[in-house]
Design a protein around this ligand. Structure first.
Ligand SMILES: [Zn+2]
Length: 449
């Protein structure tokens, strides 16, 4: 069955609704949106419905992705090192890609995301230009490849087109492969991004890479250009960035962003790991979102951010798989709670409901899809059904499934009313493992040249 002919009535054994878990939920869908959501309906024989045993959740939003980093999974663990040594390997992959190979790789990565229940990705996209920084004939060829890849995989995308101008906080020019990331100032960036068009499955957002990559004056200009647009920025992932920012600007990265008009509800600060109490108050008071990426932050030895104090201060929390060391929204969600436990030596900072909200509604809102991420009439019809009879989830309280399930337990996924995963199989990318293998072989062969 093709995705567009998906049935429009689903009967969920359990469904995660706006006010919590409900049993025997009949869900009707028309034109990609929920029309009715009715708990407590007995399953009747002969009814034209799709039976969804297990727990059905809203669609997950992966609010922070760099698709090409997937090529590094399982290949960077041979020695010691830091974020900065990992970055050298990441740059070798970046140097190898062109629009065709990036499309193949991203299509496979987004299909992996779909299998994990991700119905929308925020792609923090900075690999814009050809070798040496020469623009492609179509200046957005790489961004277009990502938008097409998301369509192929059946998920939505917010392309967070990224401004990247310098290689250090004190303004050193881009060097080596970084030249592929740069534009001719904020105006050059804005001119290029202005040629990208939204589609039914794609929004165009913006990102400032970091205070390393965007000078202070350019941050102000960027803020002016992006009013009303979802904006993301890497913030204080590394202590070295904080030290350099204090040395050059006399303020923390958070204080610099605030000075330059880059805090507030439309802004999402990614990582927000090494913050001062004043930084957390600034972000919370301004309603600036934070996106944690626990599986990447642990993989890169970044440190542990303080999600509880940030959310208490007022910052909405979203989640991302960032470098794709793991693509598993459950692992990402419970990672927030588990890291807090390690840090505080206490349990119970976030409820299962808190974590599911971060992974669904708040993540979608951070990407500009405010009508997605909940199973309510009128919302975009995304459904993610998780088995309760797998070796991992058997015996689990359905309300606590986020603490037990993995991506491998996702059985069915619906995006905008279209079935994209059935019985654990992707409907338009038939063998995701083989597709990834082929795409990664091409990419890695290129990066070893
Ligand atoms: Zn990132």
């Amino acid at each position: 069955m093709s995705p567009s002919t998906a049935p429009s009535r689903f009967h969920c054994e359990w469904a995660w609704l706006a006010d919590g878990l409900a049993a025997d939920v009949l869900i009707e869908v028309a034109d990609g949106r929920f029309t009715t959501v009715t708990p407590g309906v007995p399953l009747a024989a002969g009814l034209d419905v799709v039976w969804l045993p297990g727990v059905t959740l809203p669609g997950f939003a992966n609010a922070h992705s760099h698709a090409f980093h997937r090529a590094l999974r399982g290949r960077t663990h041979g020695g010691r090192g830091t974020f900065w040594t990992w970055r050298e390997q990441m740059y070798a992959v970046a140097a190898a890609l062109d629009p065709d190979s990036y499309h193949r790789l991203a299509r496979a990565v987004y299909a992996e995301m779909a299998l994990a229940g991700i119905t929308c990705v925020g792609e923090f996209h900075y690999l814009h230009h050809g070798p040496g920084g020469t623009p492609y004939d179509e200046p957005n060829a790489m961004g277009e490849a990502l938008i097409a890849a998301a369509a192929d995989a059946g998920i939505r995308i917010t392309l967070l087109d990224t401004l990247y101008l310098t290689s250090s906080v004190d303004g050193r020019p881009l060097e080596g492969v970084q030249r592929r990331f740069g534009d001719a100032g904020v105006d050059g960036w804005a001119d290029r991004v202005g040629r990208l068009a939204a589609r039914p499955h794609a929004k165009i957002g913006a990102a400032a890479h970091s205070v390393r990559a965007v000078p202070a004056a350019a941050l102000t200009e960027f803020a002016r250009h992006t009013e009303g647009v979802p904006v993301h920025v890497h913030l204080s992932e590394q202590r070295a960035e904080n030290d350099a920012c204090l040395a050059v600007h006399g303020r923390t990265p958070t204080e610099l962003l605030a000075d330059r008009g880059l805090t507030g509800p439309r802004v999402t600060a990614v990582h927000a790991t090494h913050l001062t109490d004043t930084d957390r108050t600034e972000l919370g008071d301004s309603g600036t979102g934070v996106c944690f990426c626990p599986t990447t932050e642990r993989d890169l030895a970044d440190g542990i951010g303080h999600a509880r104090s940030l959310t208490d201060a007022g910052s909405p929390l979203s989640l991302g798989s960032d470098s794709h060391a793991v693509i598993d929204p459950f692992e990402e969600a419970r990672g927030v709670e588990m890291h807090e436990r390690l840090h505080t030596e206490h349990r119970g900072h976030f409820t299962g409901a808190d974590l599911i909200t971060a992974a669904t509604a708040t993540g979608h809102a951070a990407l500009g899809w405010t009508d997605a991420g909940t199973i309510t009439p009128g919302a975009r019809a995304d459904l993610v059904t998780v088995s309760l009879t797998s070796p991992r989830t058997a015996g689990c309280d359905p309300a606590a499934v986020v603490f037990a399930a993995t991506a491998a337990d996702v059985r069915h996924v619906v995006t905008d009313g279209r079935v994209i995963v059935r019985d654990g199989a992707h409907l338009t990318v038939p063998d995701v493992g083989a597709t990834l293998t082929d795409a990664l072989h091409t990419t890695l062969t290129g990066s070893l040249r």
